[in-house]
Design a protein around this ligand. Structure first.
Ligand code: ADP
Ligand code: IOM
Length: 343
């Protein structure tokens, strides 16, 4: 492929960082699992409205294509992959994140998820059909061992009726189908085979299998008790770590398909009603920038807000520990609520 061209209004990290010289330097490289630059950038090429636009195919992608990926990582996380090392801390005893909305007037629900991928397998964009089925089997077996409040059932997507699927998506429990960014990255191949969702009885603990990452481990509940949501997640991750070996790099932390999810691979979010700040996006964004928060719409990434309700979460995931990221989110949300009250 010749050097790709981007539309003039493209602002993805890919189009800002991929020069013709860099493309020429990397275009013939291939990881041991056979992943190439063209595969890495396909999603951003086909979707110029991507925010990032690249998906790694395996652990080696992060080394082989580092001249493109390191500047993207540096810019997104404010972390220097050449000089720094990631640290992880999921100990709930270290968490300082008091409920930012004790009166329950603004925050509808809290959700914290981490992404994980299995060591010894390529990442999803480069996973063969048979490997994906093995991943599903290993993960669903590990999930069967969970007890107490984490005990639940694994539901393969294949065979799930449309009404159940639609309800789970609408209620924010299940990933949506047909995401064009993932489609271009090759992450939707053989859909829906090998994909599924595990959840406990009250859907406060869930695991997505073989979506953007092989596992998305999720703790969520109504209200703003960040401590309780974090504690449940931490316990679940520890229990799964005893059964599964996750891909982890000394420098980059937990490895993920998208460079935005490296490190903690954690996104701690609230669904919050902020109708007045929603009318003053400049102030809203200024507070979010100060606390390194990201604003998403009500149905997650690439969706819009509805009825003054936003998804507000930590933006940085690498070079910050899990307890620090959740604490930063809590402090930022408290300030957003204070501002909303004053407006
Ligand atoms: P991810 O969080 O895994 O990166 P998305 O941004 O696509 O993925 O969000 C996945 C789903 O989780 C969406 O349905 C979204 O609305 C839902 N969600 C995110 N945060 C919350 C929250 N605090 N409460 C309820 N649902 C949430
Ligand atoms: N993580 C991923 N879905 N995302 C950042 C897509 C994009 O590049 O817009």
């Amino acid at each position: 492929m010749p050097y790709p061209t981007f539309p003039s209004d493209c602002s993805s990290a890919l189009c800002r960082h991929l020069s013709p010289e860099l493309y020429a330097r990397l275009k013939d490289l291939k990881t041991r699992y056979g992943y190439t630059l063209d595969q890495l950038i396909r999603s951003g090429m086909e979707n110029p409205d991507s925010s990032i636009g690249v998906y790694a195919g395996d652990e080696e992608s992060y080394r082989l294509f580092a001249p493109l990926l390191d500047p993207i990582i540096r810019e997104y996380h404010g972390f220097d992959p050449e000089k720094e090392r990631h640290r992880s801390d999921m100990d709930p005893a270290h968490l300082d994140a008091p409920d930012p909305d004790p009166e329950g007037k603004y925050v509808l629900s809290t959700r914290i998820r981490v992404g994980r991928n299995l060591h010894c397998f390529p990442l999803g964009a480069n996973l063969a059909r048979r490997e994906r089925l093995i991943v599903e089997c290993l993960v669903s077996d590990a999930l069967k061992s969970l007890g107490g409040d984490l005990a639940g059932t694994y539901y393969p997507l294949e065979g799930m009726d449309d009404a159940t699927k639609a309800r789970l998506i609408e209620d924010h429990f299940l990933f949506k189908e047909g995401d064009r960014f993932l489609e271009s990255a090759g992450l939707n191949r053989d859909w829906p085979e090998g994909r599924g969702i595990y959840h406990n009885h009250d859907k406060s603990f869930l695991v997505w299998v073989n979506e953007e990452d092989q596992l998305r481990i999720i703790s969520m509940e109504p209200g703003a008790d960040i401590g309780r949501v974090f504690e449940r997640l931490s316990r679940a991750v520890s229990a799964l770590e005893r059964k599964l070996s996750f891909a982890y790099d000394e420098r980059l932390g937990y490895l993920s398909s998208c460079p935005t999810n490296l490190g903690t691979a954690m996104r701690a979010s609230v669904h919050i009603r902020l109708p007045k700040l929603g009318e003053d996006m400049e102030t809203f964004r200024e507070i979010c920038d100060r606390y390194e928060l990201q604003i998403r719409g009500i149905h997650g990434e690439h969706s819009e807000s509805e009825g003054g309700i936003y998804d507000v979460s930590n933006r940085r995931r690498l070079g910050i520990t899990e307890v620090e990221a959740a604490g930063e989110m809590a402090r930022g949300v408290r300030e957003l609520i204070e501002k909303e009250k004053r407006l």
